[in-house]
Design a protein around this ligand. Structure first.
Ligand SMILES: [Zn+2]
Length: 335
């Protein structure tokens, strides 16, 4: 018995030692609560709620000393509406109909923070999550707590922790861009705009870690300690191995069920990392699956498991440090 307790204590101390203490569950939780509150009106791109959320994210970057790159934290866009590029879209009908309308212009702004590396600072890792959601209609607000206040809060917390890490003398050879994308819900439009107009050339963009919906549990799992990993080995097996190795310190159950381009759900094609993958940039999509509140006004804060979001943030943080400090950039499978 004593021995078991000792082993457990040892395990706890090892795992807490390897975690970044600046990634806090309380802070993640309060950001999710705030962003998914009615104040933000469902954060539909181009609308008042999105603008408010963009300001909130910008202010978070300023408060936590995550600099901007160039003259602004915002990358604004107006693009012509178009159809969604995936099939399983039952719940998105109203948006598809709207997007099909002639001359439909989709407006939005990506919010971007930047932490510069040292020796190889011209190379960059993009860490992303979309912060927009479906807005409101018929007097119902689509709060989008899981989709995707969770991913947004994770990216913000990681940016804050990385800023502190660098200030305290931590090593970071390559640079990191934190991009909170807009208009994902209208067909991955913010990330398409970014990859068409990159701030740092795509040739120098060595990886994308994208987080979308990570705070809930689906029906396939009993315990909420899992995360679906999608795309990790498609372009670079080395990226896949780094993620697995770092996860030993975090202890999530990595589920590869959807890590298949032929999966009928087509999750690989359905979030912002896909625009990076299309450009041959190694990427990982962190996702914890769909649930009964997916794209419903009932996707609300009190159903979110903030501890899980914290763990995934830890894993993303460790991956950034590993990828940023490697001697050589990530090896691609075709190299
Ligand atoms: Zn989403």
């Amino acid at each position: 018995m004593k021995k078991t307790i000792l082993i457990i204590l040892l395990f706890i101390s090892i795992s807490s030692f390897s975690q970044n203490k600046n990634i806090k569950e309380s802070s993640i939780c309060s950001n999710i609560e705030k962003l998914s509150s009615d104040d933000f009106l469902g954060r539909e791109s181009g609308k008042e709620g999105e603008k408010k959320a963009a300001e909130y994210i910008k202010n978070f970057f300023i408060t936590n000393e995550v600099p901007k790159i160039g003259h602004s934290y915002f990358q604004e866009f107006i693009v012509k509406g178009k159809r969604y590029n995936y099939r399983n879209e039952k719940n998105k009908k109203p948006f598809i109909q709207r997007a099909k309308q002639k001359n439909n212009k989709i407006k939005g702004k990506n919010v971007i923070g930047f932490i510069e590396g040292t020796e190889k600072k011209e190379e960059v890792i993009v860490v992303s999550a979309h912060y927009d959601h479906l807005g409101f209609r018929e007097e119902k607000i689509y709060n989008g707590a899981d989709d995707n206040a969770t991913g947004t809060a994770a990216v913000l917390e990681v940016s804050k922790a990385l800023s502190k890490y660098v200030k305290e003398g931590g090593k970071l050879k390559r640079s990191v861009l934190f991009i909170l994308m807009s208009a994902e819900e209208k067909g991955l439009i913010g990330s398409k705009h970014y990859t068409d107009n990159p701030i740092i050339p795509l040739k120098k963009t060595i990886a994308n870690l994208n987080i979308d919906m990570i705070g809930r549990k689906d029906k396939r799992h009993e315990k909420n300690n899992y995360i679906y990993i999608i795309g990790s080995d498609f372009i670079s097996k080395e990226l896949h191995e780094i993620n697995e190795k770092n996860n030993k310190k975090v202890g999530l159950e990595l589920d590869y069920r959807y890590n298949n381009i032929r999966d009928p759900n087509r999750f690989y094609f359905r979030s912002d990392h896909y625009n990076f993958a299309k450009n041959d940039i190694p990427c990982i999509f962190y996702f914890s699956g769909v649930h009964e509140d997916y794209h419903q006004p009932t996707d609300t804060f009190e159903k979110i498991d903030c501890k899980k979001v914290q763990k995934i943030s830890q894993l993303v943080f460790l991956n950034i440090i590993t990828i940023a400090n490697k001697e050589r950039r990530l090896r691609k499978n075709k190299d």
